[in-house]
Structures are given as structure tokens and as C-alpha cells.
Design a binder for this molecule. Structure first.
Ligand SMILES: Nc1ncnc2c1ncn2[C@@H]1O[C@H](COP(=O)(O)OP(=O)(O)OP(=O)(O)O)[C@@H](O)[C@H]1O
Ligand SMILES: [Mg+2]
Length: 321
């Protein structure tokens, strides 16, 4: 069975192809705004690149459009105008070929791709991206959110600090680079309440440091503080839920320092940790195709985009327990 998956929830238009549960193509193009994402521009970007990205993925996988047995698209959460692109294109392709269409929850796709690459069956999952920050554990048919951000996502915090430092969007990779050169730890509020974290107070605090402290030390202190908060919450989830493995997924999972902290924490408690490949940390089509493959037998009534599609709204019927 060959599945073609389309990702278009925010800045990235991605197409992935999965054959019998194995990824055989993953192509994408990312809209790069000067400041924040302008929904209309992102939508136009996605429509512009769609034909060539689909073509590239088919060539990479060495298959034809007529070989596709199932289509999957990223149904939400995301920016409505962007979600629409994936919906319209996948619906057109599936209607034309009379093949089934599956709507995939974007957050769950980030989790499933992490399980795919680590081989961990039942890990605690730290899902960290621009829009989302959640600590998730699977229990009785659902991915349950044990802790999350009370305001913005950690990637969004990094991007906002980046913007204040004149770093173009997305700022994550550049902040990581700067952090490596930082040497002085500046005290920053450490905001964790139970299993939840919050970043907007940290944003305000850090912005006041700009001009007084070097960008390197700011980046270093930012990473050390917020990543410690996340790893602390993840560790508590592992202890509470008695889990012996951790995966980190989502765009911020590209960060080496965050992965290193996760690894150290797991080593200290005799748990397993594995990094996921950089290419699959951020938004990508392969994770949508793969999750679509897992959901191939689902009957879905409503296939329209769901802007605030929650991780714990989806009934997971493909897991055996
Ligand atoms: N090396 C890095 N270190 C830290 N953050 C990073 C790094 N690389 C990318 N990021 C951040 O990851 C985020 C993008 O994540 P992703 O591609 O999953 O998209 P998203 O739109 O945020 O997705 P979601 O809908 O899942 O929230 C951006 O905020 C970006 O700055
Ligand atoms: Mg994402």
C-alpha cells in the first residue's frame, strides 16, 4: 500500500510517501517571512510550490500518481488558510482517483514519527514546536496531555526573542549557534507549575536584557532555562507514569542541547533515549503519510480542517492496547 501525505499547517508545505509503512520520500518547501507568518502569504506560497513538491516526492519514491492507494492530509491544528491548501489538494487528488482520504492530527503525526524512528513503543513524549509544547503519554486509547504550556509554545518564544535580536524567522538554529558561544549564565525566571510551563513572562524578562548582555549569553541562558523546565516536566511524567523511555519531537527537537539534556536525564534514571533525525523534527509530509498509513482503516465523517484540533481529541484505534 502506498500513501501520499500532505503537510500544510503553517510555514511548511511538505509531501511524504510511505510504502507498506516505510518512508520512501519526504520533500518540502518552507515559507520564510521577514517577521511573523502572514497567513495569506503562507497560503500563496503553499499553492505555488505544491505541484513541484508533489512531483519531486513522486520522483524520489519512483512511483506515479496512479500508484497511490491512499491520501492523507494534516487536518489541524494550524492556520486556517494554510490547512485549506492541504485539504483542497488532497481532496482533489483523492476524488479524481477515487481513493480514500484520511485527515491526520498534526500533533499525533509528530508523535508517531518519533516512535517510528526510535522504535520505542510506549515512551513519554515531549512535543516541542513553534505552536505547541506538551508532555504526552499514551493511555487507554488516547494520547493524553499531562502537561503543557499555559501560553505560547517554546519555539515561538525562541522566535520572538530571535526577532528582538534581529534574527530572521525561524530563529531556532541561529539561537542554538549563538548559545554555543555563550559562557555566562544570566538568571532568568524558571516557570513551572506542576506539569505545566509558561513562557510569556520569560519573554518579557529576556527582552529587557537585550543591549545590556551579549546575544550569545542571552541565547545560552534562554536555552539552559527553558530546556531545563521541559526536561524537568518530562522526568516527572516518566516517574508518575512509570515509563522507561523518552522521545523529543517537533521543530525544537532539532536542538542538540535539548536532546543532550534529555539523554543525560534518561541516563541518570536508567531510561532509554534516542534522538530523531533532524529532517523529521520539524513539520514534514512523511509524518502525515506514515500516520495516515496507521489510520488506513479509519472511517472518518468529517474531513474538513480543524483549527484547534487537540492531541487528546483523537481516538487511537490502531494501537493494540
Ligand atoms: N535548532 C533549533 N533549536 C530550537 N528551535 C528550533 C530549532 N530548529 C527549529 N526550531 C524551532 O522549531 C519551530 C518550528 O517547528 P515546526 O516545524 O514543528 O512547526 P510549527 O508550525 O511550530 O508546528 P506545530 O504546528 O507543531 O506547532 C520554530 O519555532 C523554530 O524556531
Ligand atoms: Mg509542527
Amino acid at each position: 500500500m502506498i500513501v501520499l501525505g500532505i503537510e500544510s499547517t503553517a510555514h511548511t508545505f511538505g509531501v511524504g510517501i510511505v510504502k507498506d509503512g516505510k518512508i520512501i520520500a519526504n520533500e518540502r518547501d518552507t515559507y520564510k517571512p521577514k517577521e511573523g507568518i502572514i497567513p495569506r502569504e503562507a497560503m500563496e506560497h503553499h499553492y505555488d510550490v505544491a505541484p513541484s513538491i508533489i512531483q519531486r516526492a513522486l520522483e524520489k519514491a519512483n512511483v506515479k500518481l496512479s500508484d497511490i492507494d491512499l491520501y492523507a492530509y494534516s487536518q489541524g491544528p494550524g492556520i486556517p488558510s494554510c490547512l485549506r491548501v492541504g485539504y483542497e489538494i488532497s481532496r482533489y487528488l483523492s476524488n479524481k482517483s477515487k481513493k480514500k482520504l484520511i485527515g491526520v492530527n498534526h500533533s499525533i503525526a509528530h508523535l508517531e514519527i518519533a516512535r517510528y524512528f526510535t522504535g520505542f513503543d510506549d515512551p513519554v513524549m515531549l512535543y516541542v514546536s513553534g505552536g505547541n509544547t506538551q508532555i504526552i503519554v499514551y493511555k487507554e486509547g488516547k494520547y493524553r496531555v499531562f502537561g503543557e504550556t499555559q501560553d505560547i509554545g517554546v519555539g515561538n518564544l525562541i522566535d520572538r526573542v530571535g526577532r528582538a535580536l534581529n534574527i530572521p524567522f525561524p530563529a531556532g538554529p541561529k539561537i542554538e549557534e549563538l548559545a554555543k558561544k555563550g559562557s555566562k549564565y544570566i538568571e532568568i525566571p524558571y516557570v513551572i507549575k506542576g506539569m505545566d510551563v509558561s513562557f510569556s513572562g520569560i519573554e518579557t524578562h529576556i527582552k529587557k536584557l537585550i543591549g545590556k548582555e551579549s546575544a550569545e549569553n542571552i541565547a545560552y541562558s534562554l536555552q539552559e532555562t527553558v530546556f531545563s523546565m521541559l526536561i524537568e516536566a518530562a522526568e516527572r511524567a516518566m516517574a508518575y507514569c512509570n515509563k522507561d523511555s523518552l522521545v523529543i519531537t517537533g521543530g525544537v527537537a532539532a536542538n542538540k542541547r535539548l536532546n543532550e539534556m534529555g539523554k543525560i536525564m534518561c541516563e541518570e534514571r536508567n531510561a532509554k533515549f534516542k534522538e530523531i533525525p533532524l529532517e523529521y523534527a520539524g513539520d514534514n509530509g512523511a509524518m502525515i503519510a506514515y500516520t495516515g498509513y496507521l489510520m488506513k482503516d479509519y472511517e472518518q465523517i468529517d474531513l474538513k480542517p480543524i483549527r484547534n484540533y487537540r492531541t487528546d481529541a483523537v481516538e487511537i484505534k490502531y494501537r493494540k492496547w
